[in-house]
Design a protein around this ligand. Structure first.
Ligand code: FAD
Length: 303
């Protein structure tokens, strides 16, 4: 068996594997796509100490760093089940079963898409999912936020301080965000809220130039000219494969303690798949390091 097996090869998994391997213990990493969400990112400006980098370049550096340590890297493999027996067992979709004394789950998350024409076409060309990452790219411009829940309204408040104007599009007749956020939102001069709005299309040629929505009350189409669309309708953790072995919260995020430990002894978790409030590369890496040290601590006490 492995001493530590990391499931997921994004920033959290890479960091966890390196921290584990540096303890001189047998470490493996199994991942569907090495690099994770970072592979889908164009410009990265908030990875501290690196002024600017691009996703594929950062993903390649992660892989290169992991390869320095004799870690068993198994890519193009999906985990489909976790079992706790004498060891923690990870069953892959290929049917193979990997055993380890400790496992670190870092299977990340994915943004929920609105699924309208233009969304994938203009991804990174005006369509974005992360105000912390991309807000400053829209300084002085008009943007829309799709989604009136807490994350949408937080994004709108955040963006209103950077961009010229923010239009919030909410599908339902009311915004679902907390009242303290709504109070703040409605105090801002450069925010418009449109409720009962069903996004129909994100328009553009080489980049976004507008958004079309249907007013669900009247059935009429409306078009707004703008340069950016922030989709804020939820971040879904990739934790379904865990069945009911590992405790999760209402959102499906794995519940961990301060050492990154889950409710299952020997099973740790890190990155965007856990119940931490902010999902960023630098935070995932810290979380991966934390879980690896937690796992090492577990190993020296329990095995
Ligand atoms: P992920 O990156 O999601 O990696 C998950 C890993 O698990 C992948 O290797 C995946 O293949 C694997 N996996 C999933 N399920 C399974 C399974 N069942 N079996 C095996 N492997 C599995 N953050 C920033 O800090 N700055 C930015 O500028 C920025 N821009 C972003 C732009 C975009 C378009 C997106 C989508 C995200 C952006 N983020 C940015 C967020 C950042 O990418 C994430 O916070 C970070 O990648 C999370 O790391 P992670 O390792 O937890 O998960």
């Amino acid at each position: 068996p492995y001493d530590v097996l990391v499931v997921g090869g994004g920033p959290a998994g890479a960091s966890a594997a390196i921290y584990a391997a540096r303890k001189g213990i047998r470490t493996g990493i199994v991942a569907e796509r090495f690099g994770g969400q970072v592979l889908d990112t164009v410009g990265i400006e908030n990875f501290i100490s690196v002024k600017y980098t691009e996703g594929p370049k950062l993903a390649a550096s992660l892989e290169e760093h992991v390869n320095e340590y004799g870690i068993d890297v198994m890519t193009l493999q999906r985990a489909k089940r976790l079992d706790k027996k004498e060891f923690v067992e990870i069953e892959l979709e290929s049917g193979a079963v990997l055993k380890s004394k400790a496992v670190i789950i870092s299977t990340g998350a994915r943004w929920r898409n609105v699924g309208v024409p233009g969304e994938s076409e203009f991804r990174n060309k005006g369509v974005t999912y992360c105000p912390h990452c991309d807000g400053p790219l829209f300084t002085g411009k008009h943007v829309a936020v799709i989604g009136g829940g807490n994350s949408g309204i937080e994004a709108a408040i955040d963006l209103a301080g950077i961009v010229k104007h923010v239009t919030v599009l909410e599908f339902m007749p009311e915004l679902k965000a907390d009242s303290v956020l709504l109070k703040r939102l409605y105090s801002l001069p450069n925010v418009t809220v449109i409720k009962n709005a069903q996004t129909k299309e994100i328009t553009g040629t080489d980049k976004v130039d507008g958004i079309t929505y249907v007013d669900r009350e009247t059935g009429e189409d409306h078009h707004i000219e703008l340069q950016g669309v922030f989709v804020q309708i939820g971040l879904v953790p990739n934790t379904d494969w865990l069945g009911d072995t590992v405790e999760r919260n209402r959102m499906g995020e794995i519940v961990v303690n301060s050492h990154g430990a889950t409710n299952v002894p020997g099973v740790f978790a890190a990155g965007d798949c856990i119940n931490s409030p902010y999902k960023q590369i630098i935070i995932s890496m810290g979380s991966g390091a934390n879980a690896a040290l937690g796992a090492f601590d577990y190993l020296i006490r329990n095995t």
